[in-house]
Design a protein around this ligand. Structure first.
Ligand code: AMP
Ligand code: MG
Length: 403
């Protein structure tokens, strides 16, 4: 049966939802949580900062008391205490000021801090104010950053360095995360050899294996095995069985069309269940989501640009879900096209473009077999099926870094 042509948006929704979470949770020290997927919602148990503190080195005072003096600039104020950061203050003695440093708690009774550059220190160690500060000036209020009870991070999000800092700021030293998804890569084809060996007639180098390994690693997944398999029925079957025993999910490239040499498809059909679609996207097309030897498998097309685009757009969506991440479509940036095209096509197109003078300029080479154009581009310009391209109209641009 010829594969069904599935509209791109339908395929994306399917890939976003088709797999269950395949990984378990574990508690890890904060230092090991970078790049991992959070498996709990985080609600802050404290205010950050826990108490109002000074944003400047200066003097804490009560502006209502200070303004009672007819001539603030001349009036000397006693410095009744010194409050370095980390030391608890005493309540402010009425009519005096407190020497205070950045990050030190504001004493009870003070309602402003004047910068040290805005006072005159008199010979008797009193100070005079060069101006009267306004209420709450240079005071960072309690809970300014995070309020006690505030929900700050959510299960399913990737923890970046800022998140780690935020968790530390609320006193958390361990978090529950999802264990990294363990992936096995399978590349296929008699024509492929590993880089580092001289090419014989009819051969090309295997670029998808190393590329997929890089893409998976960049996304935070653990590549357990990278295997290449010749176009052979028995070999394909035994390699798939071996991978299935070791990993949470298999990612393959090539061998999934409907040709006589497409052994991955055949092996799955004999040992599991298969959904094979032609997704209406360019580059792209044949893509598989399957279960083989009881293990999920995503089968990407073999042409390197198709492999890249279907990884970024479809495999990634399924892997995100399998690894415990929240469903999230990459975030587009509207960018004007640098060109017009009257011709429409019936597939969603992902042009490799570079941004020049604020406009998206397509790489002249858009062949699905070519990889250099992607390396020379900044990201994808998404042209939905049936759309013309009008210079000056905006389209969704997705930098490669968003995937
Ligand atoms: P297939 O889907 O196996 O028919 O492969 C489609 C095209 O992609 C063919 O031209 C293959 O030579 C090429 N191809 C398949 N796998 C790889 C790979 N791992 N690295 C580079 N090119 C590949
Ligand atoms: Mg092949």
């Amino acid at each position: 049966m010829p594969p069904k042509m599935m509209p791109f948006e339908e395929a994306l929704t399917f890939f976003q939802t088709c797999l269950p979470t395949l990984v378990e949770k574990e508690s890890v020290p904060l230092a090991s949580a970078l790049g991992k997927v959070l498996a709990e919602d985080i609600v802050s148990p404290i205010n950050v900062p826990p108490a109002a503190n000074s944003a400047m080195d200066g003097y804490a005072l009560n502006i209502d008391q200070a303004s009672e003096h007819a001539d603030t600039k001349q009036t000397p104020f006693q410095v009744s205490q010194r409050i370095p950061a980390g030391h608890a203050p005493s309540p402010l003695v009425t009519g005096t000021v407190a020497r205070i440093f950045t990050g030190a708690e504001i004493p009870l009774g003070a309602n402003a801090v004047i910068m040290q550059e805005e006072v005159r220190v008199n010979s008797d160690d009193t100070i005079s104010l060069l101006r009267l500060p306004s209420a709450n000036e240079n005071i960072r209020p309690k809970g300014q950053d995070v309020a006690s009870g505030q929900s700050i991070l959510h299960s399913g999000q990737h923890l970046n360095a800022m998140d780690i800092g935020l968790l530390a700021s609320i006193g958390i030293n361990r978090v529950t995360i999802f264990k990294p998804l363990q992936v096995g890569i399978l590349t296929t084809g008699d024509e492929l050899i590993a880089p580092g060996t001289p090419l014989q007639d009819g051969q090309i180098y295997n670029s998808n294996g190393p590329m997929l390994q890089g893409l998976l690693t960049q996304s935070g997944y653990q590549v357990i095995d990278v295997t290449h398999c010749l176009d052979d029925k028995a070999a394909t079957e035994s390699v798939l069985q071996n991978l299935a025993n070791k990993v949470d999910i298999i990612l393959s490239s090539g061998g999934v069309s409907v040709g006589e040499e497409d052994y991955v498809k055949d092996a799955i059909e004999r040992n599991g269940t298969i959904n094979l679609w032609k997704v209406a996207m360019k580059p792209g097309k044949p893509i598989v989501i399957a279960k083989v030897f009881n293990t999920p498998l995503i089968g990407l097309p073999g042409n390197p640009s198709s492999t890249l685009v279907t990884y970024h757009w479809l495999a990634n969506a399924a892997l995100r879900r399998a690894s415990g991440q929240a469903i999230q479509r990459p975030k587009p940036i509207p960018v004007k096209a640098s060109f017009s095209r009257n011709k429409t096509i019936s597939r969603d197109e992902f042009l490799r473009v570079s941004i020049q003078n604020g406009q998206a300029k397509p790489h002249p080479q858009q062949s699905s077999g070519a990889l250099l154009p992607a390396c020379e581009s900044d990201g994808y310009l998404h042209i939905p099926a049936g759309f013309e391209i009008n210079q000056e109209d905006s389209y969704d641009f997705y930098p490669f870094s968003t995937f």
